[in-house]
Design a protein around this ligand. Structure first.
Ligand SMILES: [Zn+2]
Length: 338
């Protein structure tokens, strides 16, 4: 009973945090998974979690016999996998157990996946290609950041989010939208734990291109050449519900004013938050200024308030980056980097 209550409380907290995170629900705009890229979006159909917990060696488990032509092969943008659940994995000349074994891979070996269809990954093997059962490959979404155009000073290890909750961008980038995020409702004493914040994004099916930690570290969650789900529905100038497609989103690890946070906690609870955890740090303004300047320079965007906006200016139901964010300071910081 006690456990159930705990779980219920946790779920409630999680729900609150998800809404606190202000980013749009992936499906609530016109830019969700069903838009232009939806039909061809490979990420949504990539079977990343199909690995059965079997201890049987690969050789005694019949590999799935789905014919290779049963489904169109999903396009994969440079994806890697690691051999798991078997010590020796058969690599075959075709997508099916009837094909010859052309090699064997050891547990833990890394493979580059070229495509996936009907329970088989097509992988690179030497100069050519071959096939392995998807049941024995744990997908590794780590990608080569050097192949994407992004801010040079960013840490790229959060790219996994990009694979599930973004799609290839077509319109040009015209805006930069700022948000705040924290994990305070998950862990009151560790609200700026980057992994916790990242988990909230993943659980909520949302993301922004960048996340700026309290110390000014810039994490890149999604390459700029992909549309991220951070803005949701709203209006700004002539933009109506299409801000995701037209903007780069930046989350700043911060907790807003008592008003900003009033939907998530009481004033008494808010009063217990250490003051250093409230608002924005000097390091964040500096990092954000450099990042915004860089984005604007690369995409030909003016460094002004007509092009750099808060989530709350697009959707009045949002409260981030909130009352404590100093817009004049940001613009001044960004202009230092001419
Ligand atoms: Zn937001």
């Amino acid at each position: 009973m006690k456990t159930n209550l705990k779980i219920t409380a946790l779920m409630l907290a999680l729900t609150l945090v998800l809404s606190l995170l202000c980013a749009c629900n992936a499906g609530d705009g016109t830019e969700g998974q069903t838009s232009a890229d939806g039909a061809s979006a490979p990420e949504a159909t990539t079977p990343e979690a199909t690995i059965p917990e079997t201890t049987a060696p690969e050789t005694t488990v019949p590999e799935t016999t789905v014919p290779e032509t049963s489904a169109p092969e999903a396009e994969v943008e440079q994806l890697f996998g690691v051999v798991a659940n078997t010590d020796k994995l058969n690599v075959r000349s075709g997508a099916g157990t009837k094909f010859d074994i052309v090699a064997k891979l050891d547990r833990g070996e890394r493979v580059e996946i070229v495509g996936t269809s009907g329970g088989w990954h097509r992988i690179k093997l030497g100069e050519g290609e071959a096939y392995v059962s998807t049941d024995y490959i744990e997908l590794d979404y780590t990608v080569d950041a050097s192949k994407h155009v992004i801010y040079e000073g960013a840490v790229h290890d959060l790219f996994p989010i990009a694979k599930s909750y973004s799609f290839k961008r077509e319109p040009k980038i015209e805006y930069v939208m700022l948000h705040f995020s924290s994990a305070i409702l998950i862990d009151w004493n560790d609200p700026y734990n980057i992994d916790l914040i990242r988990d909230i994004f993943i659980d909520g099916g949302v993301d922004a291109h960048y996340l700026i930690g309290r110390d000014g570290t810039v994490y890149c969650n999604v390459p700029e050449d992909r549309v991220a789900y951070h803005a949701g529905r709203g209006t700004f100038g002539d933009v109506v519900d299409t801000m995701n497609s037209r903007s780069v989103g930046i989350e700043i690890a911060a907790i807003g004013s008592v008003n900003d946070m009033s939907g998530y906690m009481t004033a008494a609870q808010y009063a217990t938050i250490p003051t250093e955890n409230v608002g924005y740090t000097d390091a964040q303004y500096e990092a954000l200024g450099a990042l915004v300047a860089d984005i604007c320079a690369r995409h030909g965007i003016s460094v002004d308030r007509q092009h750099i906006l808060g989530h709350d200016e697009y959707n009045p139901n949002k409260n981030d980056p909130g009352e404590l964010f100093d817009w004049d300071r940001l613009i001044a910081e960004a202009k230092k980097h001419k």
